[in-house]
Ligand binder design. Structure first.
Ligand SMILES: CC(=O)SCCNC(=O)CCNC(=O)[C@H](O)C(C)(C)COP(=O)(O)OP(=O)(O)OC[C@H]1O[C@@H](n2cnc3c(N)ncnc32)[C@H](O)[C@@H]1OP(=O)(O)O
Ligand SMILES: O=C([O-])CC(=O)C(=O)O
Length: 371
C-alpha cells in the first residue's frame, strides 16, 4: 500500500463546479478575478448551482426564492436561545443547521429537484441563523430578514438591526463571491463523503460546517484576527512573528495545500482591507498585516491565503471576530450544495483504505490479569 498523508495530490473525483489549474481558480470556467469584479454573490450562487450565469429573469427568480425562504422556524430560534451565550458560533451554526432538517418535510427525499429546493433553503437560512445567534447571545431580539434584500445586505441588517451602508454591502458581497467554492477543500470533501452514503443534504452541510471550523481551514480567519489582536501594534510585529517562525509554529493565514505561488483570492481581500482601512481612518490592522506578509513571505516563501486579509476586512466592517468563520460558511454553503448535487447525480460510496500499523496477534486475557 502507498500511503499519501493528508491525501495530498490524490484526485478523488471529477467535478465541473470549480477548478484550480496552474494557480488559477475558476467557478464553472469563469476566472475568480472576473467574478470578483463583475458578478454579485447571487449570480455566483446561480452559476454554481446551474452551470451558467443567470439572465435578469433567472436572477430575479433566485432573489425572490432566497428572500421567501430566509425566515427560520420558531423552534430553531428557541433552540438558539437555549444555547450557552458563550457557545462557539460555529458550533451553534452546526447544531442549528442540523436541527433545521427536522423541520423540513422534504429533508429525506433524494431527487435532484427537491435537493435544489433544499439548497435554496440552506443558502437563505444560514445568514439568518448566524445573525440571530449573534444577537441572542448579546441579550438582543433577532431581527427578521428584510424582504427583497440580497444576502450581504440582509445579513448586515439582521446582525445590526440597522440599514447597512453601500460600501459595507459591496465589500461583504465581494467577500462572499471570493469564498463561494474551492474545488475539493476539506469541508467540501466532508460534505461529499457524507452524502455519498446517500445521506441527506442537511447531514452533508452539517459535516461541512464541522470541517470548516478548524483553524487549518476556515477557522484560520478568526485565528488571524486573534493573532493581530495578540500582537497589538506595529512595533511588536517583527518580534512576535520571528519568535513564532523560530519555534516552527504556524502563522495563521499563510500557506496552502494547492497554491504554492499564492492564492488568487488574497489580492482582492488585501485591496479591500486597504480601501476599508482608508475609509474608516484605521489602517492599523492592514499595515500590521502587510508587515507580517513581508516577514513570512520573505523568510519562508509562504504567501497569504484567502483567510489572511479577510480578517482585517471583516474587522473594518465591525463584524465580531467569532463570526468570521460563520460568514465563510454563509458563502461556502453555495459551493457545498453544488457539490452535493453533483455527488448525488453521479454517486459512488467514498471509502478509501488505511494501512494498518498497530499491534498484531493480540489475545483476550482475563480482566484481572490486564495492566
Ligand atoms: C480556506 C482555507 O482553508 S485556506 C488555509 C487556512 N489555514 C491556515 O491559514 C493555517 C496555516 N496554514 C497551514 O497550516 C498550512 O499551510 C495548510 C494547512 C493550509 C496547508 O497544509 P499542508 O499542505 O499540509 O502543508 P504543511 O502543513 O505540511 O506545511 C508544509 C511546510 O510548510 C510549513 N508551513 C505551512 N504553513 C505554514 C504557516 N502558515 N506558517 C509557518 N509554516 C508553515 C510547515 O511547517 C511545513 O514545514 P516543514 O516541511 O519544515 O515541516
Ligand atoms: O482548498 C483548500 O484546501 C482550502 C481553501 O482555500 C478553501 O476551502 O477555500
Amino acid at each position: 500500500m502507498t500511503v499519501t498523508k493528508g491525501l495530498e495530490g490524490i484526485v478523488a473525483t471529477t467535478s465541473s463546479v470549480s477548478s484550480i489549474i496552474d494557480g488559477v481558480l475558476t467557478y464553472r470556467g469563469y476566472d475568480i478575478d472576473d467574478l470578483a469584479e463583475n458578478a454579485s454573490y447571487e449570480e455566483v450562487v446561480y452559476l454554481l448551482w446551474n452551470g451558467k450565469l443567470p439572465n435578469r429573469e433567472e436572477l430575479n427568480g433566485l432573489l425572490k426564492d432566497l428572500s421567501d425562504n430566509a425566515s427560520i422556524p420558531q423552534q430553531v430560534v428557541d433552540l438558539l436561545r437555549s444555547f450557552p451565550k458563550e457557545a462557539n458560533s460555529m458550533a451553534a451554526l452546526r447544531s442549528a443547521v442540523s436541527a433545521l432538517a427536522l423541520f423540513d418535510a422534504e429533508a429525506h427525499d433524494f431527487d435532484i429537484d427537491t435537493n435544489k429546493r433544499i439548497a435554496i433553503r440552506l443558502q437563505a437560512k444560514l445568514p439568518t441563523i448566524v445573525a440571530a445567534f449573534a444577537r441572542i447571545r448579546q441579550g438582543l431580539e433577532p431581527v427578521a430578514p428584510k424582504a427583497g434584500a440580497k444576502v450581504a445586505e440582509n445579513f448586515l441588517y439582521m446582525l445590526t438591526g440597522k440599514e447597512p451602508d453601500a460600501v459595507a454591502i459591496e465589500a461583504l458581497d465581494k467577500a462572499l463571491v471570493l469564498h463561494a467554492d474551492h474545488e475539493l477543500n476539506a469541508s467540501t470533501f466532508a460534505a461529499r463523503v457524507t452524502v455519498a452514503t446517500l445521506s441527506d443534504m442537511y447531514s452533508g452541510v452539517t459535516s461541512a460546517i464541522g470541517a470548516l471550523r478548524g483553524p487549518l481551514h476556515g477557522g484560520a480567519n478568526e485565528a488571524v484576527m486573534a493573532m493581530l489582536e495578540d500582537i497589538g501594534s506595529m512595533e511588536n510585529v517583527e518580534a512576535y512573528v520571528q519568535d513564532k517562525l523560530d519555534k516552527k509554529e504556524k502563522i495563521m493565514g499563510f500557506g496552502h495545500r494547492v497554491y504554492k505561488n499564492g492564492d488568487p483570492r488574497a489580492k482582492h481581500l488585501q485591496k479591500m482591507s486597504r480601501e476599508l482601512g482608508k475609509l474608516t481612518g484605521d489602517m492599523k490592522w492592514y499595515e500590521m498585516s502587510i508587515q507580517i506578509e513581508d516577514i513570512v513571505t520573505g523568510q519562508k516563501g509562504l504567501k497569504p491565503n484567502v483567510d489572511f486579509y479577510s480578517a482585517s476586512v471583516y474587522t473594518a466592517l465591525e463584524i465580531p471576530r467569532d463570526l468570521f468563520t460563520p460568514i465563510f460558511a454563509i458563502s461556502r454553503v453555495s459551493g457545498w450544495t453544488a457539490h452535493i448535487l453533483e455527488q448525488y447525480e453521479n454517486n459512488r460510496l467514498i471509502r478509501p483504505r488505511a494501512e494498518y500499523v498497530g499491534p498484531t496477534n493480540q489475545k483476550v486475557g482475563p480482566i484481572e490479569q490486564r495492566k
